[in-house]
Design a binder for this molecule. Structure first.
Ligand code: MSP
Length: 478
C-alpha cells in the first residue's frame, strides 16, 4: 500500500498552474503505482484557515466558511477537469480534522511540549509565517511586498528546539528522506546555522478564523500547526490504515515546514515519520514569476480546454526536470505537443492501425503483452518524469524509424502470395514479426503513458482494440 500526499493549498485564490503542477505529479505517481498493481491512497485537500483566507472572505463580504465551501468546490472541480483521481480530499474546516488537531495538541500540552510565553516579533500574512527582521527589505517582506504585522501577545509555543538533534539525525541517516539531495543539504545547513532551531509560536489570540485550543478557547492554532496535521487526520477520518506516507510532494517554498516542524510535531506525538518528502522546483511563466500583479497567473483549466488535459499534463512534466526550476511557455507547449504527441505518437498509432486494417493483420494476445522497460520504471520510481517521458519518446521515434526502414508494404504482396499458396516464406515471417513488434510497442507506450495522459491513452487503447484509427492529438496551428 502506498500513501502519497500533495500540499493542501490556500483557498485565498483560485487554483493556478503551480498548484496543478504538484497535484498532477502526485496523480501521475499514484496512477503509475496503481498500474503496477499496488493499492494507493492519494490525499489532496485545501488549507482553509489563517489570516490570508479570512481577509479575502471579508473583502468579498461573506462568512469565511461559506467562502471556503465555494473555493473547496472550485479546487475539486479543477482537479477533476485535470483528470486527478484522489482518494480523499481533506478540508481543514472539517469538524473531524479540527477535533483531531485539538486532541493531538492537547497531548503535547499535557506532556510539556507546548507552553505559554510572550511572543514579540513579526508576522507576514502573505507567508502565513513568523518572520525575522533580516527577512525584510525596506521594512517589507520581500516575497509579498507587504509590511508585516508586529505582534506582542501571550501565545503558546511548541518546543521545537527539544527535537533539533533528533530531526538532524533522522535526516542525515535518510530515515526521514529529503530529496533532491541539494534540498536535504540545504535543510541540514539551516539546522546547523548559529542558534539552531527555536521554539515556535503555534497559537494566536485576538483571531477567530482557526481551530480553538481545547484548553484555552481564547486562542486559535497557528495555521501551519493546523494544516500539517491534515496528513494524519485524513486517515482518522477515512479509516485508511496507511501511515506513514511513502511520498509527500511539495515545492521548495514550503520545504522547511515539512522538513523541520513536521517531523518534530510527529515525534512529539509519537508517530512514525514519512519515508520521503520531495521538494520540486518553482517554475516561471515565460521567464517571469507568476503573480497577480503581473497578471500572468495561468488557469490550468483554460490550458486544458485549449490544448487538451493530456497535453498540459505531459508538457508540465516533460519540459524540465522535476526538482529543478523551469519555465512554462505556451509556445513551447505547442512545439512539444506537435512534435512528440501529434507527430511521433499520433503518426505511429495512425500508420500502424492503417496498415493492420489494410493488410488484414490478425492481432492476438501475444501482441498485447506488455514488455516491461527497466529504464522507464527506474526513472518513474526516482520521480525523474522528464527522463521517463524522454525514454518513452525515444521508443516511439524508434518505432517510426523502424517502419521507415522495414517498409512493410513492400513485403505484403509476397506475404499474400505465400498465404494463398499455403507456404511459409521468409517474407511472411518477417511481415508478422514487424507487426508483432509495432503493436506490442504501442501497448507498451500506452501502458507507460497512461499515468501522464489518462483520457487520451484510454482512447488510444480503445483504438488498439477496435483497430479503427482516429486522430487523438490533432496538430495545433502555431
Ligand atoms: N497551505 C500551504 C500548504 C500546507 S501543506 C500542509 C501552502 N499553500 S499554497 O497554496 O501556497 O501552495 C504552495 C504550493 O503550491 C507549493 O509548495 C507548490 O506545491 C505549489 N506551487 C505554487 N506555485 C508554484 C510554482 N510557481 N511552481 C511550482 N509549484 C508551485 O503553502
Amino acid at each position: 500500500m502506498k500513501y502519497i500526499t500533495t500540499p493542501i493549498y490556500y483557498i485565498n485564490a483560485r487554483p493556478h498552474l503551480g498548484h496543478a503542477y504538484t497535484t498532477i505529479a502526485a496523480d501521475v505517481m499514484a496512477r503509475y503505482w496503481r498500474g503496477r498493481g499496488q493499492k494507493v491512497f492519494f490525499l489532496a485537500g485545501t488549507d482553509e484557515h489563517g489570516l490570508k483566507v479570512q481577509k479575502v472572505a471579508e473583502k468579498e463580504g461573506v462568512e469565511p466558511k461559506k467562502y471556503a465551501d465555494k473555493m473547496a468546490a472550485i479546487f475539486q472541480e479543477t482537479w477533476k477537469r485535470l483528470d486527478i483521481k484522489w482518494d480523499f480530499f481533506i478540508r481543514t474546516t472539517d469538524a473531524a480534522h479540527q477535533k483531531y488537531v485539538g486532541d493531538f495538541a492537547a497531548k503535547l500540552y499535557r506532556q510539556g511540549d507546548i507552553y505559554k510565553d510572550t511572543y514579540r516579533g513579526l508576522y507576514c500574512i502573505g507567508c502565513e509565517a513568523y518572520i525575522q527582521d533580516d527577512d525584510l527589505v525596506d521594512g517589507k517582506c520581500l516575497l509579498h511586498n507587504q509590511i508585516p504585522q508586529k505582534i506582542e501577545e501571550d501565545v503558546y509555543f511548541f518546543r521545537l528546539s527539544k527535537y533539533q538533534e533528533h530531526i538532524k539525525k533522522v535526516i542525515e541517516t535518510d530515515i526521514f528522506k529529503i530529496e533532491p539531495i541539494e534540498r536535504k543539504n540545504e535543510i541540514l545547513g539551516f539546522i546547523n546555522q548559529k542558534g539552531g532551531l527555536k521554539d515556535m509560536a503555534i497559537s494566536r489570540s485576538k483571531l477567530d478564523w482557526g481551530i480553538p485550543l481545547p484548553w484555552d478557547k481564547e486562542h486559535v492554532f497557528y495555521v501551519w500547526f493546523d494544516a500539517l496535521l491534515n496528513y494524519l487526520s485524513a486517515l482518522k477520518i477515512t479509516g485508511a490504515n496507511v501511515w506513514p506516507p511513502d511520498l509527500q510532494l511539495m515545492a521548495k517554498d514550503i520545504l522547511r515546514f515539512h522538513a523541520l516542524i513536521w517531523p518534530a510535531i510527529l515525534s512529539a506525538g509519537e508517530e512514525s515519520l514519512p519515508k520521503k518528502i520531495f521538494a520540486h522546483g518553482y517554475f516561471t511563466i515565460e521567464g517571469k514569476k507568476m503573480s497577480k500583479t503581473l497578471g500572468n497567473v495561468i488557469n490550468p483549466t483554460e490550458v486544458a480546454e485549449k490544448y487538451g488535459t493530456g497535453a498540459l499534463r505531459y508538457f508540465l512534466l516533460r519540459e524540465f526536470p522535476f526538482g529543478e526550476d523551469g519555465d512554462y511557455s505556451e509556445k513551447n507547449l505547442i512545439r512539444r505537443y506537435n512534435s512528440e504527441l501529434a507527430d511521433d505518437l499520433g503518426n505511429l498509432l495512425q500508420r500502424t492501425l492503417v496498415m493492420i486494417e489494410r493488410f488484414k493483420i490478425e492481432v492476438t494476445n501475444k501482441h498485447r503483452e506488455i514488455r516491461h522497460n527497466g529504464i522507464i520504471e527506474g526513472k518513474m520510481e526516482s520521480l525523474d518524469f522528464q527522463g521517463a517521458l524522454a525514454e518513452i519518446n525515444r521508443t516511439i521515434k524508434g518505432a517510426n524509424a523502424f517502419i521507415d526502414k522495414e517498409k512493410p508494404w513492400t513485403l505484403v504482396s509476397d506475404a499474400k502470395k505465400s498465404r494463398e499458396m499455403g507456404l511459409e516464406t521468409d517474407q511472411k515471417t518477417r511481415f508478422e514479426e514487424i507487426f508483432l513488434h509495432l503493436v506490442s510497442i504501442l501497448h507498451q507506450v500506452a501502458y507507460y503513458l497512461e499515468p501522464f495522459m489518462p483520457r487520451e491513452i484510454l482512447e488510444m487503447q480503445k483504438q488498439l482494440k477496435t483497430l479503427k484509427p482516429q486522430p487523438i492529438f490533432p496538430k495545433i496551428k502555431s
